[in-house]
Ligand binder design. Structure first.
Ligand SMILES: Nc1nc2c(ncn2[C@@H]2O[C@H](COP(=O)(O)OP(=O)(O)OP(=O)(O)O)[C@@H](O)[C@H]2O)c(=O)[nH]1
Ligand SMILES: [Mg+2]
Length: 306
């Protein structure tokens, strides 16, 4: 049987739903999602094998103006994420946060479109969050505005939340496949090691639970990660993780009064880890301060964020 594959980068501004699309397309969470911008920090591959075709999606951090060294690394991950790919999926929002003006698309999107043009990357435009759209005419204005900027292979309105239109994007993606060996096993779903997946699931709960600046300055490391059998001979996953934050005051917020906040975060993370691996899990969390780590190259490196 002749096998085919395509590498497809998912790019766009922060918070437009790139990771949500990936998870919906795969039918499983491999990339964390929150309502805070800059949730995704590195390139994350998601693999979908349909018959003899394998789609390798590359989720990337939201394109933004970096404010620290971590931000610069994230933008580097975006440009690396579109190197050597077969196609791209540019995601924008049907109901943008900014005032939509067809002559004045967001700078970040224009910059990405410029790169796609220069590198001649075939691109599907996905207009996400159509479930929030009240006035369908706005969608037409938007489609026209983007179509004038770039010759997209297809323009697909969709909702990563309801799943509407996601299959249309997958069908468009399949058109980019070319004869080649598969790079992943048929049942592989991501390139992320299990321990990274666990750290990300913990960080997701921090992003979702904490407000303001605190979660942006957080990194999670896994200190211990192993499986053992309990007395009843049932497998248990033991996980110990450290949450790094930037200030003593942030540490206080993360732990919360009488440790309630940390306990709540730990419970939510444990439930998700159990769901992901399908086994009972013990999760222990510690909180440590590393001042201004987002501007410290050595720490960023140690955390595997470059
Ligand atoms: N209503 C609605 N919300 C959505 C939809 N897709 C994503 N969201 C929400 O949009 C927010 C951002 O989603 P993410 O998937 O994290 O966005 P992202 O583009 O990966 O963001 P970064 O990683 O920060 O660049 C989350 O609160 C999602 O629940 C959608 O189709 N409809
Ligand atoms: Mg993301």
């Amino acid at each position: 049987m002749e096998t085919k594959s395509a590498f497809i980068s998912i790019i766009g501004r922060a918070n437009v739903g790139k990771s949500s699309f990936l998870n919906k397309a795969l039918g499983q969470k491999v990339s964390i999602v929150s309502n805070k911008p800059q949730t995704t920090r590195t390139k994350i591959m998601g693999v979908k094998t349909i018959g003899n075709s394998q789609l390798v999606f590359i989720d990337t951090p939201g394109f933004h103006k970096p404010k620290n060294i971590l931000g610069e690394k994230m933008i580097k991950a975006v440009s690396e994420g579109i190197t050597g790919i077969d196609a791209a999926l540019l995601i924008v929002e049907a109901v943008p946060r900014f005032k939509f003006d067809s002559n004045n698309l967001p700078q970040a999107e224009l910059e990405l479109i410029e790169t796609l043009k220069k590198q001649k990357i075939p691109t599907v435009l996905g207009i996400n969050k159509i479930d929030l759209l009240e006035n369908k005419e706005e969608l037409l204005t938007m489609i026209n505005a983007y179509a004038q900027k770039f010759d997209f292979s297809a323009i697909v309105p969709f909702s990563a939340k309801s799943g509407n239109g996601v299959d249309i994007i997958i069908n468009e993606a399949l058109k980019f496949t070319t004869p080649s060996a598969h790079f992943f096993a048929a049942d592989d779903i991501t390139d992320q090691p299990d321990s990274v997946m666990v750290a990300e699931l913990i960080r997701e709960k921090l992003l979702r639970t904490l407000s303001s600046e605190v979660p942006h300055g957080i990194a999670v490391t896994i200190d211990r990660f192993f499986e053992r059998d309990n007395k009843q001979n049932e497998p248990i996953l033991e996980v110990e993780a450290t949450i790094f934050c930037e200030k003593d005051s942030h540490k206080g917020i993360i732990i919360g009064k009488n440790g309630v906040m940390l306990k709540n975060i730990g419970t939510k993370a444990r439930i998700d880890i159990e769901k992901f691996f399908g086994i009972k899990t013990n999760l222990k969390l510690w909180v440590k301060v590393k001042e201004d780590w987002r501007n410290r190259q050595s720490i960023i490196h140690t955390l595997g964020l470059d």
